[in-house]
Write a protein that binds this ligand. Sequence first.
Ligand SMILES: [Mn+2]
Length: 347
Amino acid sequence: MIEKLEKIFNLLQKNSVFFISDPSDIFYLTKFTGTFAKILITNKKAYFITDKRYEGEIKNLNDNFEIIITKNFKKDLNFLIKNYKKILLSKKTLLSEYLLLKNKKIFFNEILNELRMIKSKEEIEKIKKAIEIAEKGFLHILKYIKENITEKDIALEFEYFIKKNEADGLSFDSIIAFGSNSAVPHHRTDDTKLKKNTLILIDAGVKYKAYCSDLTRVVGFGIMGSYFAEVKKYYEILRNARNFSLKFYKNGEFAQKPDRKARIFLKKYNLDNVFLHSLGHGIGIDIHEPPFINSREKIKFNNGMVLTCEPGIYFDQKFGLRLEDDYLINNEKPEKLSKLDENLIIL
Ligand SMILES: [Mn+2]
């Protein structure tokens, strides 16, 4: 914790103070998970502000922070910042908080994003465990899938299983999409019943000790005939696009490059216009965190970043395909952290 704080101390001049309020940033610095906490950091001191409810559980923060149990946050905040001219904020700061600080000179600073993007060994281990549990969950629900079951049944079974198997919970609401529902990238899992000759898209992840995993597979349930042939053909193209884009998941490369390359690849098959979202994103404490692998991202990859690669193609009213795994940037070739069989799953 102290090394992280020192990086922030070093950034600050005498007349400036850093205000931190994003819950994931606060967790990153302190492991605190309550609903109310703010951190203020000057060039030599850090304050942890919370309320009476959490007094008992934050005693371990005493070494690095001056703890302030507040009854009137606005008043205490004003008092603490009264001698500082400049305030540094992340762009994630809420508007209501920004308004409390706006009489100072405001500077945006994304050092917490920069620190959080590079995962420590310990963080990578937690993500690996989150992936492992999710993979067990995927294998479990494959056994559970049968005719007339609903999307929600599968989602609930997955959630029950992963919670019984060491996960804190889901990293997001699982997407279970039958047939034409899979053509909607962020389909809301519903009561649709499973029939034979249906494609199933499963996008799910879990949290383990606060760290997220994110995986997608497609399953053909009693799939046959020309439908099967079409699905198989497009799945191979998608996987090849994925393989091509992964060549650019390397230390020092621009994060936007693999997204652009995937689009160039898909264009050869006239599929670039049905690739409806960005190629990937960082995972960590948040399920979507920097860097974002889209055509606008300015950041370069660095060793230690953990990212998804998830190209998808969507045929409106028909079906959609997505293949998603999690990777660690490691010099020239990313390390694939997920081990789940990436072939089209046939049941
Ligand atoms: Mn994802």
